[in-house]
Design a protein around this ligand. Structure first.
Ligand SMILES: Cc1cc2nc3c(=O)[nH]c(=O)nc-3n(C[C@H](O)[C@H](O)[C@H](O)COP(=O)(O)OP(=O)(O)OC[C@H]3O[C@@H](n4cnc5c(N)ncnc54)[C@H](O)[C@@H]3O)c2cc1C
Length: 387
């Protein structure tokens, strides 16, 4: 049995941010990732648009590791949505030009993120599925992890659930909730043609009011929970078929188009989340929260800014468990906003920093957490944004 101060389960943007933040606080951190690549949906899932760090009216709202990873993702150049345009001609150009967002290269980002975590002393265990936990006195004491070596046991101080599906909270019998509407089928893929390398977004949940460029239709009326093994396999097969059909149709007009990459992770947006000590609602934009850990913007709409209460990241029934990313406690309407990459990085940084400070989250002095986050570049409250 191996011992770690902090276990981060899942290596998407939330897990990367949490592991980095915790390691920078000097803790012994292990990150378990079931794939052999970091980035989760943001790399293996081919979702490569780092949605905005700004409110759409020229004010940056997400900072710290959210901005660091944004910049890391374009170390060798952006693929589209060039961030240097974000302050130019606000309100007059295309949506992408109005927002501080970028399209990056998934593979380059994954390699750079891995290097960054290793340089900061994080132990990464790839191909490692956290399949169960054991608890004592309302604490997770052990994680059971399966990989090529078989079943391994890890003893841990604090646990960050960054699985995207709230797997660890579910194993620990912490209160969780499912996405009631279920996920629409998506089949995003990359193709090449003589003009270059292109992201093809097939299957869009809805057409956001300010994103009129999204013209894709639903691929099927079936909805997917994202937490059932058999259903996930069916979903992936349907997604592959949709990719093939889409590409064959494309070839009728673009005969040199070649599929270059398909997703290696199911493209689910919302699955399972923690029922936290607080549930942030879509109506709470511009609300001051004493225990805010940072801010996020609304990628669909210019204007709304949300402070994220620390209480959305844990339920005190399991003392040493904190969540980040897609598993954060928000209402059904806000989930589609909170799940995106910058929000995952914001909650990841807070969860990792908090895990380095305590193994009983409901007792943490949040002002001390805020102090650490501020020292690491995070702006906590909307009133502190320079306008
Ligand atoms: C079709 C689609 C389009 C999207 N479009 C955008 C977009 O344009 N821009 C944007 O910003 N966001 C977009 N999103 C949302 C965004 O990509 C994700 O919500 C975000 O990347 C989630 O990050 P995460 O770290 O919380 O979770 P994930 O990316 O899901 O990462 C979780 C990681 O944990 C691992 N894992 C899971 N369970 C276990 C376990 N038990 N043990 C070990 N490892 C485990 C997984 O392999 C994965 O790597 C889109 C999502 C979808 C599906």
């Amino acid at each position: 049995m191996k011992n770690y101060d902090i276990a981060v389960c899942g290596g998407g943007f939330a897990g990367i941010s949490a592991a980095l933040a915790a390691a920078r606080e000097g803790k012994k951190v292990i990150l378990f990732e079931k794939q052999y690549i970091l980035g989760g949906l943001g790399t293996a899932g081919l979702v490569t648009i780092y949605l905005p760090l700004c409110d759409g009216f020229g004010h940056q709202v997400s900072f710290g590791i959210a901005e660091e990873l944004f910049k890391l993702s374009i170390t060798y150049g952006a693929e589209d949505r060039y961030p240097e345009n974000w302050l130019d001609n606000i309100g007059t150009k295309t949506e992408a030009d109005k927002r501080y967002e970028v399209q990056y290269n998934a593979q380059v980002f994954a390699i750079l993120a891995e290097k960054l975590l290793l340089e900061n002393g994080v132990d990464i265990l790839y191909g490692s599925y956290v399949v169960d936990i054991s608890t004592e006195n309302n604490r997770i004491t052990k994680l059971f992890v399966e990989n090529k070596s078989g079943r391994n046991t890890f003893s841990v101080g604090a646990v960050v659930d960054a699985t995207g599906d709230c797997d660890i909270a579910h194993f620990a019998d912490a209160p969780t909730a499912l996405f009631e509407q279920g996920n629409a089928l998506a089949a995003w893929y990359y193709y090449t043609n003589p003009d270059g390398y292109h992201l093809q977004m097939v299957g869009v949940l809805e057409i956001p009011e300010e994103r009129s460029g999204n013209k894709e239709k639903l691929l099927t009326n079936r909805r997917f929970t994202g937490i059932d093994g058999k259903e996930l396999s069916e979903q992936v097969c349907l997604s592959h078929q949709s990719t093939l059909e889409h590409w064959l149709k494309k070839r009728e007009t673009d005969k040199n188009a070649v599929i270059s990459t398909i997703a290696t992770i199911p493209q689910n947006r919302m699955t399972r989340k923690i029922v936290g000590e607080y549930e942030l609602s879509d109506t709470e934009m511009h609300t001051y929260f004493e225990d805010s850990i940072g801010m996020v913007a609304n990628w669909k709409k210019r204007g709304p800014v949300y402070e994220v209460p620390f209480r959305t990241l844990y339920n005190k029934e399991i003392k040493n468990l904190i969540v980040a990313g897609r598993c954060t406690s928000v209402n059904e309407a806000l989930w589609d906003v909170m799940r995106v990459i910058p929000c995952c990085a914001v909650t990841g940084q807070a969860a990792g920093t908090a895990a380095a400070m305590t193994d009983d989250f409901s007792t943490l002095d949040v002002s001390k957490l805020q102090e650490k986050l501020r020292n690491n570049g995070v702006v906590i409250h909307e009133k502190d944004i320079l306008k």
